[in-house]
Design a protein around this ligand. Sequence first.
Ligand code: SF4
Length: 126
Amino acid sequence: MPKRKIVRINEELCNGCGKCVTPCAEGAIKIVNGKAKVIREELCDGAGFCLAVCPVGALTIEEREAAAFSEKAVEEHLKKQPKAEGPVIKCFQCDANEMDVAIFAVRMKGESRWVCAHCVPSLIHG
Ligand code: SF4
């Protein structure tokens, strides 16, 4: 198996809050027995969009031997998933939710937050 970048979850730090589930577009992370898990290596592309939302710093990217990322596996996996899984994400500034507007994860003042597309400019320009 070749080495590649993949998400690592520190189970001692993970509190099972589930905030990392929604940002994973591939559906690679699930909460299993109260802890986040990468359920299948081939679903994790190692992009790390989940990292910013973890409130306890349990998520990192590591380079190790792992099954290759597979877009085909992701496509098949996502077809089997229910549409809205996990909590609806809201913008910390205006309370808009992900059903109405694109939401992005940001790190601010040492905290992970969600911000909507409408409020991003005010964060950038003040
Ligand atoms: S966001 Fe962090 S603490 Fe919450 S479930 Fe994911 S890894 Fe665990």
